[in-house]
Design a binder for this molecule. Structure first.
Ligand SMILES: [Zn+2]
Length: 422
């Protein structure tokens, strides 16, 4: 007997080369079978997803989810259920001093997967910037010992390399971050921005499997020049270094991404979702996926860039609907058309597809609506952002009301048929 049968959707799972109309059966939190015409009477519960896209639960490789205790943190629970993101990789919000908090207060209570790239700086992203100013906090031995204690939580190392963050210390924080990554035998994700250090200074520290995030930022001068990747960027690509979009609040320029795509450099797609990007301009991963498609990426490439590619980059068992995999599933309504989307420098394009998440399952369980807390006082919202947030709250409240009569639960969480009851 299956616990759940998603019936008749368009299943797109680049990891298994699948793009076809099929049913997805779930048993004991795992994908049991994917095929057309699976027998309905073998399922305790079914959902009609005809006309919808059925994707592996999305993997967002660059987020900041250590909320309520850092400058940047957002609570992922009010976002996951409406976006299909079932694996949240926190990119350096916690260093050695905060990793236990990330585990206890975010990762463990979450009904989905939360992983961490440990910040080489012990203080992580408690503040807006400057975490490398006091080198004492960049204690590689301490970070390695803490990471070892949280083995499966930590899937990589993070270091922000821009002039404000490193202060007078130049490349020393990067040297320590690379040493930490080597000790842990995990990838290093380096954030680039306003240098120095510049990409050419950073590149020698990166090896195959490492990641450069904010790869389509309009502010790092040495990614793309005259519409072509620089020699530095081409060398990084050739040495197997991965590029990550990391949209964030200031790190996305259509011209840069399009130049990279034209040169055959296809990044993984992530939001860099934090308290300054979640109210726009990034909003959420499905919206950023729309931007990637607006820049010319196909649906399949875009899905790969938010599922098995980031999962593979960090060695995570996620991002596929292969039988045996965790039943992390994201169902979307996909509207074709021309939908305006923007970068952070005033650039605008038309997305050919708008993805609206209609159901998100983590380990086979439907995530239920959760409303977000109001933003912290240090995040100024415009009047339009306030209005949009109020509207969203109202929508969540009405969704929850919709689920508070017993018959609503029958519809959303069907009970076993009479003959199956004891
Ligand atoms: Zn970030």
């Amino acid at each position: 007997m299956w616990d759940l049968l998603l019936r008749g959707g368009r299943v797109v799972d680049p990891a298994s080369g699948r793009d076809e109309t099929a049913d997805v059966a779930v048993r004991a939190g795992r994908i049991a079978e994917v095929a057309a015409g699976l027998p309905r009477d073998r399922a305790a519960q079914e959902a009609d997803v005809r006309g919808k896209l059925v994707l592996p639960g999305l993997v967002d490789a660059h987020t900041h989810v250590l909320h309520s205790s850092t400058y940047w943190g957002v609570d992922p629970e009010p976002i996951a259920w409406r976006t299909g993101v079932t694996t949240w990789i926190d990119a350096g919000s916690a260093g050695a001093y905060g990793l236990d908090g990330l585990r206890r207060f975010v990762a463990e209570p979450a009904p989905f997967s939360v992983r961490s790239l440990i910040n080489v700086s012990g203080i992580g992203l408690v503040g807006r910037t400057g975490e490398h100013h006091v080198l004492e906090n960049l204690d590689v031995d301490a970070a390695a010992a803490v990471a070892a204690r949280h083995g499966d939580l930590v899937c990589g190392v993070k270091a922000r390399m821009d002039s404000q963050t490193v202060g007078v210390h130049g490349l020393e924080p990067l040297r320590r971050a690379a040493a930490l990554a080597k000790r842990l035998d995990k990838p290093l994700m380096v954030h680039i921005g306003y240098g120095p250090p510049h990409l050419a200074d950073i590149a020698p520290f990166l090896t195959e499997g490492d990641i450069v995030t904010h790869c389509a930022t309009g502010v790092a001068a040495d990614l793309v020049v005259d519409g072509r990747p620089t020699d530095t960027l081409a060398r990084l690509r050739d040495s197997g270094v991965l590029l990550d979009l990391g949209h964030g609040s200031g790190a996305f320029d259509f011209d840069v991404l399009e130049a990279e795509l034209a040169a055959g450099i296809v990044p993984i797609i992530s939001t860099d979702l934090h308290i300054r990007s979640v109210y726009g301009p990034a909003f959420d991963l499905p919206i950023v996926m729309g931007k990637a498609m607006a820049a010319g990426m196909s649906l399949t490439d875009t899905v790969a860039a938010v599922t098995h590619r980031p999962a593979g980059a960090f060695g995570l068992p996620a991002g596929t609907l292969r039988p045996g995999a965790a039943a992390d599933i994201a169902v979307f309504e996909a509207r074709e058309g021309r939908f305006p989307v923007v970068d952070v420098h005033g650039g605008s394009r038309q997305a050919p597809l708008r993805l609206t998440n209609t159901a998100t399952y983590a380990g086979g369980r439907l995530l239920t609506p959760r409303a977000a807390e109001p933003p912290p006082v240090w995040v100024p919202l415009s009047a339009a952002q306030h209005r949009a947030e109020e509207q969203r709250h109202e929508q969540v409240r009405s969704a929850v009301r919709y689920l508070d009569r017993p018959e609503d639960f029958d519809e959303h969480f069907p009970r076993p048929a009479a003959e199956d009851r004891p």
